[in-house]
Write a protein that binds this ligand. Structure first.
Ligand code: SF4
Length: 510
């Protein structure tokens, strides 16, 4: 489901507002000549190999896919609720929560969060009464934290402005609920209300592009538009919710990105990418037998006129088989960022955490006091800046040299490659926090894990704890494999050098 689902939803959003059109340039008198620029040629309509133009084939595809779904679908809590909840508002709410959680996130991760969420807030009304802090606490670790916040804002809107009644069509859901894009609206409406509308998420994009050999950039608004048209035409009129889920399920479990299980695919007889592979294989074996090679009728549409074929510069690659499709423009590289963060401990019992601003990345979440760093800032300067930053939180001077460098933790946010340079500092005495500064509090380790903290901060604490363990038991370090990284993704620790130094030290006299 993951990233593509949200990308498709976003692309759907692009379509809603229409392509961005630059305002016409004001023409000077000189420009107002009778000469006119030649109009750009209209894109040619896609050829029939990219469409589902045979009603009998469409019917057969629907029926094969639904029969497979009935046999093989995964048992998921939101499906159970959608199938058994008699109240339409509760049903739509249950589907809505699942769809928001599944954006950018794997099904296996979502299940536990979903169950806890629905137990805590089984209705829109219950969610509307929750505090943002509670929402963030439950969401902690699921990532993309603005999703929970927007879900709650939209629930409040339904309760306060729509008398607690969920909009009943995809169009109204999208129009009236903040944070609900074209994909989410269509998923809620088809699954909860049986509206015959298709959906396009990352899984559907992959399946449709393979079924119909669509090799143009699948993240472009023009191709996404075509895929929406296709999904709307394909959706089963009597079981739209099941059909949409079946198409997504196929993409998630069979028609997977890297090694699709074409042999087990319930719609393989309708798949033109597979047909092309089969024809190539048949052609190759004919050649081996020295027979005339039949010309496969699976070539691209023509000399560059088709808006859905692969670009001429990137033709079909036989070594990739069906995974030639879909194709996407190269992803933008994530921004690289560095921050210094300090695990500040009081009396060996509690940690200081501070709250992030209420907007922007990780809005409203709690973290160890942190500050952004310039990429090339020397360690000495980092310490000084961090010491000064800590002083603003605890209201007493901090000696830069007392900060202990623990190592680095790398965390990838959707668009940021973030490195935290981790320091620690232990304070023996009591420290009173300044209530005038932004929210901050001392928490035990247990409270830290129950707070609305990001996964990155949990990694920071883990690396700190590992380092502490190692210091209290230095012998353990020598058991590590050379070059192994400290616990926690992408972290390194200066402490790993201790055993090496000990090893190189000249022997001392007995
Ligand atoms: Fe995907 Fe293979 Fe099925 Fe085609 S036959 S839809 S490529 S799994």
């Amino acid at each position: 489901m993951s990233q593509l689902r949200a990308a498709a939803a976003a692309a759907g959003g692009l379509r809603r507002s229409g392509p961005r059109v630059a305002p016409p340039a004001r023409r000077s008198r000189k420009d107002a000549s009778p000469r006119r620029a030649a109009p750009a040629p209209a894109p040619s309509p896609p050829c029939s190999r990219h469409l589902f133009s045979d009603p009998a084939e469409t019917e057969a595809l629907r029926s094969n896919l639904l029969a497979w779904y009935d046999r093989c679908k995964r048992d998921l809590p939101w499906r159970t609720r959608a199938a058994t909840e008699p109240d339409a508002d509760r049903r739509a709410y249950a589907v809505w929560v699942s769809e928001i959680m599944l954006q950018q996130t794997q099904v296996a991760t979502v299940i536990d969060y979903y169950n806890r969420w629905m137990q805590k807030w089984p209705t829109l009304q219950a969610l509307a009464q929750a505090s943002l802090e509670e929402v963030n606490e439950l969401w902690a670790g699921l990532g993309y934290y603005s999703r929970g916040k927007r879900l709650q804002e939209a629930a409040r809107k339904v309760v306060s402005e729509l008398a607690g009644r969920m909009p009943r069509t995809a169009e109204d859901l999208q129009k009236l609920l903040p944070g609900v894009g074209r994909y989410t609206a269509a998923a809620i409406a088809s699954i909860s209300y049986g509206q015959a509308t298709g959906v396009v998420d990352g899984n559907v994009i992959r399946v449709l592009c393979r079924l119909r050999c669509i090799g143009a950039d699948s993240s472009s608004p023009a191709v996404i538009d075509r895929l929406w048209d296709m999904a709307n035409a394909l959706v089963d009129r009597s079981r739209p919710g099941d059909f949409n889920q079946a198409l997504m399920e196929l993409g998630a479990t069979v028609c997977v990105p890297k090694a699709p299980l074409c042999g087990e695919c319930p719609v393989k007889q309708h798949c033109r990418a597979r047909l092309r592979v089969e024809k190539e294989l048949a052609s190759a074996s004919q050649k081996l037998l020295g027979k005339a090679t039949p010309v496969p009728d699976v070539e691209d549409c023509g000399a560059g006129g088709c808006s859905l074929c692969p670009p001429a510069a990137e033709p079909w690659d036989s070594s990739l088989g069906v995974t030639n499709f879909p194709r996407k423009a190269a992803k933008k590289q994530p921004r690289v960022a560095r921050a210094a963060t300090c695990v500040l401990e009081r009396r060996g019992l509690e940690y200081l955490i501070v709250q992030r601003p209420s907007s922007g990345l990780l809005a409203g979440l709690w973290e160890f006091p942190s500050l952004p760093l310039a990429q090339d800032l020397q360690e000495e300067k980092q310490r000084e800046a961090l010491a000064e930053h800590l002083q603003t939180w605890i209201g007493q001077p901090v000696v830069a040299g007392d900060l202990q460098l623990i190592g680095e933790v790398v965390h990838i946010f959707s668009h940021i490659h973030q490195t935290y340079v981790v320091y620690s500092l232990s304070l023996d005495g009591d420290v009173t926090l300044d209530p005038a500064s932004s929210p901050s509090r001392w928490v035990t380790e247990k409270e830290f894990h129950a707070s609305a903290v990001s996964t990155a901060m949990k990694k920071v604490l883990k690396v700190c704890e590992k380092q502490r363990e190692k210091r209290s038991n230095p012998g353990q370090g020598s058991k590590r494999k050379r070059g192994a990284k400290a616990q926690g993704t992408g972290s390194t620790s200066p402490g790993t050098q201790l055993s090496l130094r000990a090893f190189l030290r000249p022997p001392t006299a007995p």
